[in-house]
Design a protein around this ligand. Structure first.
Ligand code: FAD
Length: 404
Protein backbone atom coordinates (compact mmCIF):
# COMPACT_ATOMS: atom_id res chain seq x y z
CA UNK A 1 0.00 0.00 0.00
CA UNK A 2 1.32 3.48 -0.91
CA UNK A 3 -0.55 5.17 1.93
CA UNK A 4 -0.55 8.88 2.66
CA UNK A 5 2.07 11.13 1.12
CA UNK A 6 2.41 14.63 2.57
CA UNK A 7 4.30 17.14 0.43
CA UNK A 8 5.91 19.88 2.53
CA UNK A 9 7.47 19.76 5.98
CA UNK A 10 6.13 23.02 7.39
CA UNK A 11 3.47 23.49 10.06
CA UNK A 12 0.66 22.01 7.99
CA UNK A 13 2.78 19.12 6.72
CA UNK A 14 4.09 18.10 10.14
CA UNK A 15 0.63 18.19 11.71
CA UNK A 16 -0.95 16.41 8.73
CA UNK A 17 1.47 13.51 9.17
CA UNK A 18 0.97 13.42 12.93
CA UNK A 19 -2.82 13.71 12.58
CA UNK A 20 -2.88 10.73 10.23
CA UNK A 21 -0.67 8.58 12.48
CA UNK A 22 -2.74 9.53 15.53
CA UNK A 23 -5.97 8.33 13.99
CA UNK A 24 -4.46 5.09 12.68
CA UNK A 25 -2.97 4.29 16.09
CA UNK A 26 -6.20 5.19 17.89
CA UNK A 27 -8.01 2.77 15.58
CA UNK A 28 -5.31 0.11 16.02
CA UNK A 29 -4.61 0.10 12.28
CA UNK A 30 -1.47 0.15 10.14
CA UNK A 31 -0.91 3.14 7.87
CA UNK A 32 2.11 4.23 5.88
CA UNK A 33 2.76 7.99 6.11
CA UNK A 34 5.55 9.69 4.14
CA UNK A 35 6.60 13.35 4.24
CA UNK A 36 8.47 14.79 1.26
CA UNK A 37 10.33 17.92 2.29
CA UNK A 38 13.06 19.85 0.55
CA UNK A 39 14.64 20.90 3.85
CA UNK A 40 15.61 18.89 6.94
CA UNK A 41 13.87 21.22 9.37
CA UNK A 42 10.50 22.67 10.22
CA UNK A 43 11.27 26.35 9.71
CA UNK A 44 9.55 28.61 12.23
CA UNK A 45 8.65 31.21 9.60
CA UNK A 46 6.75 33.55 11.96
CA UNK A 47 10.05 34.23 13.79
CA UNK A 48 12.18 35.04 10.76
CA UNK A 49 11.90 38.79 11.39
CA UNK A 50 13.87 38.35 14.62
CA UNK A 51 17.66 38.37 15.11
CA UNK A 52 19.42 35.02 14.76
CA UNK A 53 17.00 33.36 12.30
CA UNK A 54 19.24 30.33 11.94
CA UNK A 55 17.91 29.18 15.34
CA UNK A 56 14.31 29.29 14.15
CA UNK A 57 13.99 25.68 13.07
CA UNK A 58 13.35 22.22 14.45
CA UNK A 59 14.70 18.96 13.07
CA UNK A 60 11.94 17.13 11.20
CA UNK A 61 13.49 13.79 12.16
CA UNK A 62 13.10 14.62 15.86
CA UNK A 63 9.41 15.37 15.30
CA UNK A 64 8.41 12.70 12.78
CA UNK A 65 10.97 9.93 13.37
CA UNK A 66 9.59 8.86 16.77
CA UNK A 67 6.06 8.36 15.32
CA UNK A 68 7.29 6.23 12.44
CA UNK A 69 6.75 8.71 9.61
CA UNK A 70 9.09 8.13 6.67
CA UNK A 71 10.82 11.30 5.46
CA UNK A 72 12.05 11.81 1.93
CA UNK A 73 14.52 14.70 1.63
CA UNK A 74 13.64 15.87 -1.87
CA UNK A 75 11.89 18.60 -3.76
CA UNK A 76 8.57 17.70 -5.35
CA UNK A 77 8.58 18.95 -8.93
CA UNK A 78 5.28 17.62 -10.22
CA UNK A 79 2.06 15.88 -9.24
CA UNK A 80 0.17 13.48 -11.51
CA UNK A 81 -3.32 13.21 -10.05
CA UNK A 82 -4.39 10.57 -12.61
CA UNK A 83 -1.45 8.23 -12.01
CA UNK A 84 -1.41 9.27 -8.30
CA UNK A 85 2.29 9.94 -8.13
CA UNK A 86 4.63 12.74 -7.15
CA UNK A 87 7.82 13.42 -9.10
CA UNK A 88 10.74 14.39 -6.87
CA UNK A 89 14.33 15.49 -7.29
CA UNK A 90 16.67 14.35 -4.55
CA UNK A 91 19.69 16.18 -3.18
CA UNK A 92 21.91 14.11 -5.49
CA UNK A 93 20.01 15.60 -8.45
CA UNK A 94 18.35 12.32 -9.33
CA UNK A 95 14.62 12.22 -10.16
CA UNK A 96 12.22 9.68 -8.77
CA UNK A 97 8.52 9.01 -8.34
CA UNK A 98 6.53 8.38 -5.20
CA UNK A 99 3.05 6.82 -5.45
CA UNK A 100 0.22 7.78 -3.15
CA UNK A 101 -3.24 6.62 -2.20
CA UNK A 102 -4.00 9.97 -0.59
CA UNK A 103 -1.94 13.11 -1.06
CA UNK A 104 -1.81 16.10 1.29
CA UNK A 105 -0.40 19.17 -0.43
CA UNK A 106 1.14 21.42 2.20
CA UNK A 107 3.95 23.18 0.36
CA UNK A 108 3.08 26.56 1.87
CA UNK A 109 3.47 29.92 0.19
CA UNK A 110 6.18 32.13 -1.16
CA UNK A 111 6.79 35.85 -1.27
CA UNK A 112 6.25 37.29 -4.74
CA UNK A 113 9.31 39.41 -5.44
CA UNK A 114 8.82 42.44 -7.67
CA UNK A 115 10.20 42.95 -11.17
CA UNK A 116 11.87 46.36 -10.89
CA UNK A 117 15.36 47.71 -11.45
CA UNK A 118 17.71 46.48 -8.74
CA UNK A 119 15.20 43.99 -7.30
CA UNK A 120 18.06 41.56 -6.70
CA UNK A 121 19.35 43.97 -4.02
CA UNK A 122 16.17 43.57 -1.95
CA UNK A 123 16.28 41.50 1.22
CA UNK A 124 13.33 39.56 2.58
CA UNK A 125 12.39 37.40 5.56
CA UNK A 126 10.26 34.82 3.78
CA UNK A 127 12.65 31.88 4.02
CA UNK A 128 15.39 30.92 6.41
CA UNK A 129 18.24 31.51 3.89
CA UNK A 130 16.79 34.93 3.01
CA UNK A 131 16.38 35.93 6.67
CA UNK A 132 19.90 34.68 7.45
CA UNK A 133 21.30 36.81 4.60
CA UNK A 134 19.58 39.90 6.04
CA UNK A 135 20.79 39.06 9.54
CA UNK A 136 24.41 38.75 8.34
CA UNK A 137 24.09 42.00 6.35
CA UNK A 138 22.85 43.88 9.44
CA UNK A 139 25.71 42.49 11.52
CA UNK A 140 28.20 43.75 8.92
CA UNK A 141 26.86 47.34 8.78
CA UNK A 142 29.20 48.65 11.53
CA UNK A 143 32.18 47.46 9.45
CA UNK A 144 31.16 49.55 6.42
CA UNK A 145 32.81 52.94 5.99
CA UNK A 146 30.56 55.71 7.38
CA UNK A 147 28.16 56.88 4.68
CA UNK A 148 24.69 58.31 4.35
CA UNK A 149 22.08 55.61 4.89
CA UNK A 150 24.48 53.14 6.51
CA UNK A 151 22.03 52.54 9.38
CA UNK A 152 18.88 53.29 7.37
CA UNK A 153 16.40 50.68 6.19
CA UNK A 154 13.43 50.88 3.86
CA UNK A 155 10.74 48.30 4.48
CA UNK A 156 8.28 47.89 1.62
CA UNK A 157 4.79 46.78 2.63
CA UNK A 158 3.07 47.87 5.84
CA UNK A 159 1.20 44.60 6.42
CA UNK A 160 1.82 42.09 9.21
CA UNK A 161 5.36 41.10 8.19
CA UNK A 162 6.39 44.64 7.21
CA UNK A 163 5.29 46.04 10.56
CA UNK A 164 7.06 43.33 12.54
CA UNK A 165 10.36 43.69 10.70
CA UNK A 166 10.19 47.50 10.72
CA UNK A 167 9.67 47.74 14.48
CA UNK A 168 12.33 45.08 15.08
CA UNK A 169 14.77 46.99 12.84
CA UNK A 170 14.12 50.29 14.61
CA UNK A 171 15.48 48.69 17.79
CA UNK A 172 18.28 46.73 16.16
CA UNK A 173 19.58 49.46 13.83
CA UNK A 174 19.11 52.00 16.61
CA UNK A 175 21.50 50.04 18.85
CA UNK A 176 24.06 49.54 16.06
CA UNK A 177 23.95 53.21 15.05
CA UNK A 178 24.23 54.43 18.66
CA UNK A 179 27.45 52.43 19.12
CA UNK A 180 28.85 54.15 16.01
CA UNK A 181 27.69 57.57 17.23
CA UNK A 182 25.18 57.82 14.36
CA UNK A 183 21.41 57.81 14.00
CA UNK A 184 19.30 55.01 12.55
CA UNK A 185 16.33 55.52 10.29
CA UNK A 186 13.56 53.13 9.28
CA UNK A 187 11.11 54.11 6.53
CA UNK A 188 7.95 52.11 5.91
CA UNK A 189 6.72 52.33 2.31
CA UNK A 190 3.13 51.33 1.56
CA UNK A 191 1.26 51.71 -1.72
CA UNK A 192 -2.12 52.02 0.07
CA UNK A 193 -2.92 55.22 1.89
CA UNK A 194 -3.11 53.57 5.31
CA UNK A 195 -0.81 51.53 7.49
CA UNK A 196 -1.81 47.86 7.79
CA UNK A 197 -4.52 48.08 5.12
CA UNK A 198 -5.48 44.42 5.55
CA UNK A 199 -5.37 44.57 9.35
CA UNK A 200 -8.29 46.99 9.40
CA UNK A 201 -8.95 49.93 11.69
CA UNK A 202 -9.11 47.93 14.97
CA UNK A 203 -5.41 47.77 15.88
CA UNK A 204 -4.36 50.83 13.82
CA UNK A 205 -4.14 53.34 16.71
CA UNK A 206 -1.76 51.02 18.62
CA UNK A 207 0.28 50.42 15.48
CA UNK A 208 0.56 54.14 14.70
CA UNK A 209 1.58 54.89 18.30
CA UNK A 210 4.28 52.21 18.11
CA UNK A 211 5.62 53.54 14.80
CA UNK A 212 5.70 57.03 16.17
CA UNK A 213 7.44 55.95 19.41
CA UNK A 214 10.06 54.07 17.37
CA UNK A 215 10.58 57.07 15.05
CA UNK A 216 9.60 55.04 11.98
CA UNK A 217 8.83 57.30 9.04
CA UNK A 218 5.83 56.41 6.85
CA UNK A 219 5.60 56.92 3.10
CA UNK A 220 2.02 56.06 2.12
CA UNK A 221 0.44 55.98 -1.33
CA UNK A 222 3.76 55.37 -3.09
CA UNK A 223 5.49 52.32 -4.55
CA UNK A 224 9.06 51.20 -4.69
CA UNK A 225 10.38 52.07 -8.16
CA UNK A 226 14.04 51.03 -8.08
CA UNK A 227 16.80 49.83 -5.77
CA UNK A 228 20.42 50.89 -6.11
CA UNK A 229 23.40 50.08 -3.91
CA UNK A 230 22.99 52.42 -0.92
CA UNK A 231 19.46 53.64 -1.64
CA UNK A 232 16.03 53.29 -3.18
CA UNK A 233 13.84 55.42 -5.42
CA UNK A 234 10.08 55.65 -4.92
CA UNK A 235 7.37 56.07 -7.55
CA UNK A 236 7.08 59.81 -6.77
CA UNK A 237 10.78 60.25 -7.56
CA UNK A 238 11.94 60.52 -3.94
CA UNK A 239 15.34 58.93 -3.28
CA UNK A 240 15.97 57.48 0.17
CA UNK A 241 19.57 56.69 1.11
CA UNK A 242 19.46 53.27 2.78
CA UNK A 243 21.86 50.36 2.80
CA UNK A 244 19.05 47.99 3.63
CA UNK A 245 15.87 47.54 1.59
CA UNK A 246 13.41 44.80 2.52
CA UNK A 247 10.49 43.57 0.45
CA UNK A 248 7.50 42.10 2.35
CA UNK A 249 4.55 42.72 0.01
CA UNK A 250 2.58 39.88 -1.55
CA UNK A 251 2.54 36.17 -0.83
CA UNK A 252 1.24 33.43 -3.12
CA UNK A 253 0.52 29.74 -2.56
CA UNK A 254 3.14 27.24 -3.72
CA UNK A 255 3.30 26.80 -7.49
CA UNK A 256 2.67 23.05 -7.07
CA UNK A 257 -1.01 23.91 -6.59
CA UNK A 258 -1.09 24.46 -10.37
CA UNK A 259 -0.51 20.72 -10.89
CA UNK A 260 -3.87 19.93 -9.31
CA UNK A 261 -6.75 20.27 -11.80
CA UNK A 262 -9.01 22.39 -9.59
CA UNK A 263 -10.09 25.98 -8.99
CA UNK A 264 -7.73 28.29 -7.13
CA UNK A 265 -8.39 31.62 -5.45
CA UNK A 266 -6.58 34.93 -6.03
CA UNK A 267 -3.76 33.76 -3.73
CA UNK A 268 -3.30 30.56 -5.74
CA UNK A 269 -4.89 28.43 -3.00
CA UNK A 270 -6.90 25.35 -3.87
CA UNK A 271 -10.65 25.22 -3.27
CA UNK A 272 -11.33 22.48 -0.72
CA UNK A 273 -14.48 20.98 0.78
CA UNK A 274 -15.25 20.67 4.49
CA UNK A 275 -13.00 17.60 4.71
CA UNK A 276 -10.18 19.62 3.08
CA UNK A 277 -10.35 17.48 -0.09
CA UNK A 278 -9.57 19.46 -3.19
CA UNK A 279 -12.82 20.07 -5.05
CA UNK A 280 -13.14 17.49 -7.84
CA UNK A 281 -9.94 15.63 -6.90
CA UNK A 282 -11.00 13.58 -3.86
CA UNK A 283 -7.68 11.75 -3.35
CA UNK A 284 -5.90 15.07 -2.85
CA UNK A 285 -6.15 17.20 0.31
CA UNK A 286 -4.70 20.67 0.82
CA UNK A 287 -3.59 22.12 4.15
CA UNK A 288 -1.93 25.31 5.35
CA UNK A 289 -1.14 28.16 2.98
CA UNK A 290 -2.16 26.07 -0.07
CA UNK A 291 -5.78 25.63 1.09
CA UNK A 292 -8.68 28.06 0.60
CA UNK A 293 -10.83 26.42 3.27
CA UNK A 294 -13.86 28.01 4.86
CA UNK A 295 -13.06 28.89 8.46
CA UNK A 296 -16.61 29.94 9.24
CA UNK A 297 -19.47 31.18 7.08
CA UNK A 298 -18.28 34.20 5.11
CA UNK A 299 -14.61 33.80 6.07
CA UNK A 300 -11.87 31.78 4.47
CA UNK A 301 -8.78 30.78 6.42
CA UNK A 302 -5.80 33.12 6.23
CA UNK A 303 -2.24 32.21 5.35
CA UNK A 304 -1.22 32.06 8.99
CA UNK A 305 0.14 29.61 11.50
CA UNK A 306 -3.03 29.37 13.53
CA UNK A 307 -4.87 28.02 10.51
CA UNK A 308 -1.96 26.00 9.09
CA UNK A 309 -1.65 23.94 12.28
CA UNK A 310 -5.37 23.22 12.47
CA UNK A 311 -5.75 22.52 8.76
CA UNK A 312 -2.89 20.04 8.99
CA UNK A 313 -4.45 18.10 11.85
CA UNK A 314 -7.82 17.90 10.07
CA UNK A 315 -6.30 17.02 6.67
CA UNK A 316 -4.21 14.23 8.22
CA UNK A 317 -7.18 12.92 10.16
CA UNK A 318 -9.48 12.98 7.14
CA UNK A 319 -7.02 11.45 4.67
CA UNK A 320 -6.40 8.62 7.15
CA UNK A 321 -10.12 8.24 7.89
CA UNK A 322 -10.84 7.98 4.17
CA UNK A 323 -8.25 5.25 3.65
CA UNK A 324 -9.21 3.34 6.79
CA UNK A 325 -12.99 3.61 6.33
CA UNK A 326 -13.47 5.73 9.47
CA UNK A 327 -15.71 8.80 9.90
CA UNK A 328 -14.15 12.10 8.74
CA UNK A 329 -14.12 15.30 10.78
CA UNK A 330 -15.39 18.43 9.02
CA UNK A 331 -12.92 21.31 9.41
CA UNK A 332 -13.76 23.82 12.12
CA UNK A 333 -11.40 26.66 12.97
CA UNK A 334 -10.88 28.03 16.46
CA UNK A 335 -11.86 31.71 16.83
CA UNK A 336 -9.49 33.83 14.76
CA UNK A 337 -6.92 35.86 16.71
CA UNK A 338 -3.75 37.78 15.81
CA UNK A 339 -0.78 38.96 17.81
CA UNK A 340 1.40 41.55 16.11
CA UNK A 341 4.88 42.26 17.48
CA UNK A 342 5.60 45.99 17.73
CA UNK A 343 9.21 45.84 18.93
CA UNK A 344 9.97 47.81 22.08
CA UNK A 345 6.37 49.13 22.11
CA UNK A 346 5.23 45.59 22.94
CA UNK A 347 2.58 43.96 20.79
CA UNK A 348 -1.11 44.17 19.96
CA UNK A 349 -3.35 41.15 20.42
CA UNK A 350 -6.69 41.11 18.61
CA UNK A 351 -9.74 38.91 18.51
CA UNK A 352 -12.12 38.21 15.64
CA UNK A 353 -12.10 38.88 11.91
CA UNK A 354 -12.54 42.60 12.57
CA UNK A 355 -9.50 42.46 14.88
CA UNK A 356 -10.87 43.99 18.05
CA UNK A 357 -7.99 44.88 20.36
CA UNK A 358 -7.87 42.67 23.47
CA UNK A 359 -4.49 43.67 24.89
CA UNK A 360 -1.49 45.82 24.05
CA UNK A 361 2.01 46.63 25.34
CA UNK A 362 3.73 44.17 27.68
CA UNK A 363 0.63 42.00 28.16
CA UNK A 364 0.31 41.39 24.44
CA UNK A 365 4.08 40.96 24.14
CA UNK A 366 3.99 38.17 26.73
CA UNK A 367 1.35 36.47 24.63
CA UNK A 368 3.44 36.95 21.48
CA UNK A 369 6.35 35.23 23.24
CA UNK A 370 4.08 32.30 24.11
CA UNK A 371 2.97 32.07 20.49
CA UNK A 372 6.46 32.40 19.04
CA UNK A 373 8.45 30.38 21.54
CA UNK A 374 5.98 27.77 22.75
CA UNK A 375 2.66 27.27 21.03
CA UNK A 376 3.85 26.95 17.43
CA UNK A 377 6.67 24.50 18.27
CA UNK A 378 5.73 20.84 17.93
CA UNK A 379 7.14 18.55 20.63
CA UNK A 380 10.38 16.76 19.72
CA UNK A 381 11.54 13.28 20.79
CA UNK A 382 8.18 12.74 22.48
CA UNK A 383 5.83 10.61 20.38
CA UNK A 384 3.10 10.47 23.06
CA UNK A 385 2.90 14.24 23.43
CA UNK A 386 3.12 14.84 19.67
CA UNK A 387 0.21 12.48 19.02
CA UNK A 388 -1.79 13.99 21.89
CA UNK A 389 -1.41 17.42 20.32
CA UNK A 390 -2.10 16.02 16.82
CA UNK A 391 -5.77 15.53 17.74
CA UNK A 392 -7.77 18.17 15.86
CA UNK A 393 -9.68 18.88 19.10
CA UNK A 394 -6.48 19.80 21.01
CA UNK A 395 -6.13 23.42 22.09
CA UNK A 396 -2.75 25.19 22.29
CA UNK A 397 -3.86 26.65 25.59
CA UNK A 398 -3.14 23.23 27.09
CA UNK A 399 0.56 23.74 26.31
CA UNK A 400 2.51 25.18 29.21
CA UNK A 401 6.16 26.13 29.49
CA UNK A 402 8.37 23.37 30.91
CA UNK A 403 8.33 23.70 34.68
CA UNK A 404 5.35 26.09 34.65
C1 FAD B 1 8.26 36.67 8.34
C2 FAD B 1 6.96 35.94 8.54
C3 FAD B 1 6.21 36.22 9.66
C4 FAD B 1 5.02 35.55 9.88
N1 FAD B 1 4.33 35.85 11.01
C5 FAD B 1 3.23 35.15 11.28
C6 FAD B 1 2.55 35.37 12.52
O1 FAD B 1 2.95 36.20 13.33
N2 FAD B 1 1.44 34.64 12.76
C7 FAD B 1 0.99 33.69 11.87
O2 FAD B 1 0.00 33.03 12.17
N3 FAD B 1 1.61 33.47 10.71
C8 FAD B 1 2.71 34.16 10.39
N4 FAD B 1 3.36 33.93 9.21
C9 FAD B 1 2.76 32.99 8.24
C10 FAD B 1 3.08 31.56 8.58
O3 FAD B 1 4.46 31.39 8.75
C11 FAD B 1 2.56 30.66 7.47
O4 FAD B 1 1.18 30.87 7.33
C12 FAD B 1 2.84 29.20 7.80
O5 FAD B 1 4.23 28.95 7.83
C13 FAD B 1 2.15 28.31 6.78
O6 FAD B 1 2.44 26.97 7.08
P1 FAD B 1 2.53 25.92 5.89
O7 FAD B 1 2.88 24.61 6.52
O8 FAD B 1 1.36 26.02 5.03
O9 FAD B 1 3.76 26.41 4.99
P2 FAD B 1 5.30 26.57 5.36
O10 FAD B 1 5.49 26.80 6.80
O11 FAD B 1 5.83 27.57 4.41
O12 FAD B 1 5.90 25.16 5.00
C14 FAD B 1 5.95 24.68 3.69
C15 FAD B 1 7.04 23.64 3.59
O13 FAD B 1 6.99 23.01 2.33
C16 FAD B 1 8.30 22.90 1.82
N5 FAD B 1 8.19 22.87 0.37
C17 FAD B 1 7.76 23.88 -0.42
N6 FAD B 1 7.78 23.49 -1.71
C18 FAD B 1 8.22 22.21 -1.70
C19 FAD B 1 8.45 21.25 -2.73
N7 FAD B 1 8.22 21.54 -4.00
N8 FAD B 1 8.91 20.04 -2.39
C20 FAD B 1 9.14 19.72 -1.09
N9 FAD B 1 8.93 20.59 -0.07
C21 FAD B 1 8.48 21.81 -0.39
C22 FAD B 1 8.99 24.15 2.34
O14 FAD B 1 10.38 23.98 2.32
C23 FAD B 1 8.43 24.22 3.74
O15 FAD B 1 9.15 23.40 4.61
C24 FAD B 1 4.56 34.59 8.95
C25 FAD B 1 5.32 34.29 7.82
C26 FAD B 1 6.51 34.96 7.60
C27 FAD B 1 7.33 34.63 6.38
Amino acid sequence: MSGIVVVGGGFAGVWSAAGAVRLARAAGRELSVTVISSGDDLVIRPRLYQAGPDRMRVSLDRILGPIGVRRVAATATGIDTVGRRVTVVGRDGRSGEIDYDRLILSTGSQLVRPALPGAELLYDVDTLPAAAALDAHLDRLPDLPPSEGRFAAVVVGAGFTGLEIATELADRLGALAARAGERAEVVLVERADTIGPELGPGPRPEILDALSAAGIRQRLGVRLAAVEPGGVTLSDGTRIPAHTAIWTAGVRASSLTADIPADRDELGRLDVDAQLRVAGVPQVYAAGDTAAAEAEPGHRVLQCCQHALQLGKFAGHNAAADLLGLPPAPFTATPYVTCLDLGSAGAVFTNGWDRRVVSTGDTAKARKRNVNELWIYPPTDDPGELLRQADYRFSVREITAPGA
